[in-house]
Design a protein around this ligand. Structure first.
Ligand SMILES: [Zn+2]
Length: 311
């Protein structure tokens, strides 16, 4: 039931009996209504369940969105995203911490994270001296995250970690990105018009710009480290990752490939150069075998990243 178009298509309502199947190997997916037990239709809410603001559905988009930029539910979600592993990576800053700090009225913008004190953290459930110190240190460490992580953390609509990295590599620091004109953004490969508009809209907001200035004055890095472009052993190579790697997360591996000039795709095709296989690989492994694509393990992948193709 991932969106209301689907609910309407299936004409499914609370109380109906449905037939489900496994989709994407785990997620239960409703195939059809088996027995209609309800009257009428399940309708989208007219107002946000969190802040009671109006809800809009943009054309060509299936999602209903609360238009209130200070919607508490959205802010909570954006905080959880900001501190998450693939974003600012603040270890120990989970949902429970976010919820308690919101309740204590300590967080109003992302910048407030960097103003938290030891005493603030000691107010949290189960926090003793050591845990509070560790979290303070994790917050300080996160200030060094590269621009690409910060862009992703900001939660600009449609900007995932890949496009964040592309933007960071292109603009090098946040001021360049903020002052980028539409044509500058459009000239970036792989950044389409929808993403461009989203970036422009995001940095148009006065509050956002103020918050970013605050992040800078709190000592956050807002630049992308120069990568040695002369070392790109994976240039023009396309990778598919499947299964769990033991020393790298999926995102880490993707970032390494990207930083060394290669790219990753989600499905195996004749254009794939390498399939990197970890523990419990999925159907991509079988497809690679079928198509005769070079299959490598984690160690072999590491050799490749060092420019050693003798595998
Ligand atoms: Zn809302």
């Amino acid at each position: 039931m991932h969106n209301f178009d689907e609910i309407e298509r299936l004409n499914v309502n609370i109380g109906d009996d449905v037939i489900i199947e496994r989709a994407g190997e785990v997620i239960p997916k409703i195939i059809k209504v088996a027995k209609k037990n309800s009257d009428g239709y399940f309708l989208p809410p007219l107002r946000c369940p969190s802040c009671n603001s109006h809800i809009v559905k943009e054309e060509e988009d299936v999602y209903y969105i609360c238009v209130n930029p200070s919607c508490p539910a959205q802010f909570r979600r954006s905080l959880i995203h900001f501190v998450s592993r693939d974003a600012m990576n603040i270890d120990g800053f989970g949902e429970v911490v976010v919820d308690q700090l919101l309740k204590l009225n300590k967080l109003h913008t992302f910048a407030d994270i960097y103003k938290l004190t030891f005493d603030d953290l000691m107010l949290l459930d189960l926090f003793k001296e050591k845990k509070a110190n560790n979290l303070i240190q994790a917050i300080i460490d996160s200030k060094k995250q590269p621009l690409s992580k910060l862009i992703f953390a900001l939660g600009i609509r449609h900007i995932g970690d890949k496009s964040a990295k592309i933007l960071a590599d292109k603009f090098k620091n946040i001021d360049n990105l903020i002052s980028a004109k539409q044509e500058d953004l459009l000239s970036v490969n792989e950044i389409g018009p929808i993403l461009v508009q989203s970036v422009l809209d995001f940095f148009e907001n006065e509050q956002t710009l103020k918050m970013i200035e605050e992040l800078k004055s709190l000592g956050l890095n807002t630049t992308e480290p120069e990568r040695d472009s002369s070392f790109s052993p994976l240039a023009n190579k396309t990778f598919v990752l499947t299964g769990e790697l033991s020393t790298l997360t999926r995102k880490d591996a993707e970032n390494i490939i990207l930083s060394l000039g290669g790219k990753t795709t989600s499905s195996v095709s004749k254009k794939t150069d390498y399939v990197v296989v970890g523990e419990n690989p999925g159907s991509k492994y079988d497809k690679a075998v079928k198509l005769g694509i070079k299959i490598i393990n984690e160690n072999e992948f590491k050799k490749l990243t060092e420019g050693n193709f003798d595998i």
